[in-house]
Design a protein around this ligand. Structure first.
Ligand SMILES: [Zn+2]
Length: 594
């Protein structure tokens, strides 16, 4: 048993105070290490950079510590138990690390708990003690970690079966709002932190609907006996990270359902989609996972070309589940799918990088995007979602809706729950072909390893949906809906935003009008044809322009003013709208209502 203790002697300093008692340390000197990344977020984050004041002692006194590398230490050999003490600076308000101030505390175990190397499979207990400050008196605690000696939602003693379990249950402490519901007999809690207004009964009812859909999709019983949604409510923000029996989310105040509001607006739909996404991960990636993640090596990058399946298939089912459980209608679901098609279509990177390559290079490309990202890479989330749609629709078309991607996911779940089987690059492909009753290898290879256009128009036709294409109206146009008013015939080939010193160019399209004239991301446009203008006025000018027209454009690059002659190119039809027809109603119903 490894005994951890965590508290804070001064939360305003943003320090967690951690200690570890190791009863039987390695006689040759105990090695300790901290993860460099957190499962679900594929980037080296070097959590050890926040670790301070590391000390070790035994009954005989202080022990020397040798640092081996950025995240590994060795304590001098000792007889009897060893105690380790350190601080962790916690001021990252994201779902991936730790945060502590006078208003609340939050941590992922991977940011705060050193692993006792060689004893990672031993059971752990952790005494989580209320921080020692007047303003923490009313604090409570929320975690999916098992209670050993603690009252529900209180500080006390918690336990984990091993280190991997210990770091997969984030902890929230503070004066949060708790909303309870039950899904297929499993107790669930929503823990809301921050300032917000929310129709609690509606939120609980809607999440119950989603959770029960997913549990029944994979088959009862659910793989966890308790589940927690931890939501940090902020002004602006969006994101989530999945865990085996909980998820940590960051959501904007506007995305919660307001009291008295009855319809699912776009913001609330996004929030429900996020909850649905993380909950689907309880099966897909937290349990069904790439074989190379069994177990995780959290010291260095672990490469897989399967993130398109774990994030993409999850991204496909998150919104589809909202449709299938009746929270949104088919039009609303197809609007979301068309927006994903639009996102992929607008990046030239789709022609350079396959979904498999995007997965493999997540560490250095997807997670480290710069202003050229849309020209260089494709998202394994967005393209993965569209690949999942292609596979699902293809299987349905070949089997008159008798078989689908749903069967593939259930079979992967069975293989995991019976044999703990991990997923190899070929296992998804083989199952798709087997279940569809036809060799789909060439079709699947092109989707996953190819960079050609996806056959979505033809596949959506098989469920009676027409794919329409048009040009983008302006920077806010995400696609999915008919455009109102006029559309421009030209495209500047740049993503723009009103800035303080002019119109800021955030990205340029490779070989587009802006780049061809010499403009670059980071430039600040101040005038077109000698006249000062803002983004709204520039969009108005674009509406009146024709392909081939020339503009003289002034822009600052750093502190130097430059003049550019821009020849406007024709706008590309890169924006999708999906329309339901009266054809193939049975196939569409089977897809949307199963
Ligand atoms: Zn995800």
């Amino acid at each position: 048993m490894i005994r951890y203790h965590i508290t804070s002697r001064n939360p305003s300093s943003h320090y967690f105070d951690v200690s570890i008692q190791i009863d039987t340390p390695d006689p040759a000197g105990q090695q300790l290490r901290l993860p460099n990344w957190i499962p679900g977020s594929y980037m080296i984050r070097d959590f050890a950079r926040n670790l301070l004041d590391l000390q070790a002692s035994s009954a005989a006194g202080e022990l020397a510590i040798e640092q081996i590398d950025k995240s590994n230490w060795r304590v001098a050999a000792a007889t009897g138990a060893v105690t380790i003490e350190y601080k962790v600076y916690a001021k990252d308000l994201s779902v991936r690390a730790a945060h502590l101030d006078h208003s609340h505390g939050y941590y992922n175990g991977s940011s705060v708990f050193l692993e006792v190397v060689g004893q990672g499979d031993r059971p752990c207990e952790v005494l989580i003690e209320k921080p020692d400050a007047r303003y923490c008196e009313a604090w409570q605690l929320a975690t999916s970690l098992r209670r050993k000696q603690a009252n529900a939602y209180e500080f006390g003693l918690y336990e984990a079966q091993d280190y991997d379990d210990l770091i997969d249950h984030p902890v929230e402490m503070g004066t949060f709002k708790r909303i309870a519901f039950d899904a297929c007999g499993v107790p669930h809690d929503i823990i809301l932190t921050g300032r917000f207004e929310c129709d609690e009964a509606r939120l609980a009812a809607d999440l119950k609907t989603i959770c029960e859909y997913h549990i029944r999709f994979f088959g009862e019983p659910a793989p966890m006996d308790y589940y927690q949604f931890q939501v940090m409510v902020v002004g602006e923000g969006y994101g989530g990270l999945e865990h085996r029996a909980s998820t940590s989310l960051i959501a904007s105040r506007a995305s919660l359902p307001k009291p008295g509001q009855t319809k699912v607006d776009d913001d609330y739909r996004d929030f429900l989609g996020l909850c649905s996404h993380e909950y689907f991960h309880t099966w897909n990636v937290k349990r069904i996972k790439p074989a190379v993640y069994q177990p995780y090596d959290l010291q260095a990058e672990v490469y897989t070309d399967l993130l398109w399946a774990f994030e993409g298939i999850t991204s496909y089912y998150d919104d589809l589940a909202l449709r299938r459980c009746g929270l949104i209608d088919s039009e609303s679901y197809l609007e979301l799918l068309a927006q994903t098609m639009t996102r992929v279509q607008r990046g030239l990177g789709r022609r350079r990088q396959s979904a498999a390559e995007s997965s493999f290079n997540a560490w250095t490309k997807f997670y480290k995007q710069d202003e050229n990202a849309s020209n260089a890479i494709v998202s394994y989330y967005a393209k993965g979602c569209l690949i999942a749609a292609c596979i699902d629709l293809k299987m349905r078309a070949l089997t008159t809706s008798q078989k689908s991607l749903d069967d593939v996911m259930r079979q992967l779940w069975q293989a995991y729950s019976k044999q703990g089987q991990g997923v190899d690059p070929d296992s998804i492909q083989q199952r798709v072909s087997e279940i569809a009753g036809q060799d789909l290898a060439p079709f699947l290879d092109e989707l996953i390893y190819g960079t050609g256009e996806l056959p979505l128009a033809e596949l959506l036709e098989s469920v009676g949906i027409d794919v329409l294409r048009r040009v983008a109206k302006n920077a806010q146009d995400k696609g999915g809906k008919d455009a109102e008013g006029e559309l421009p015939a030209v495209d500047l080939g740049a993503v723009l935003k009103d800035g303080e010193a002019g119109i800021a160019i955030q990205r340029v399209t490779e070989a587009g009008s802006a780049q061809s004239s010499g403009l670059s991301a980071g430039d600040q446009i101040i005038a077109v044809d000698g006249l000062k203008l803002n983004l709204g006025q520039l969009e108005q000018r674009l509406l009146r322009a024709s392909p081939g027209d020339s503009w003289q454009l002034h822009a600052f690059r750093r502190d130097e003013l430059h003049c550019f002659d821009v020849i406007l190119q024709a706008a590309e039809e890169n924006t999708f709208v999906l329309k339901i027809t009266d054809r193939q109603q049975a196939a569409r119903k089977a897809w949307h209502e199963s």
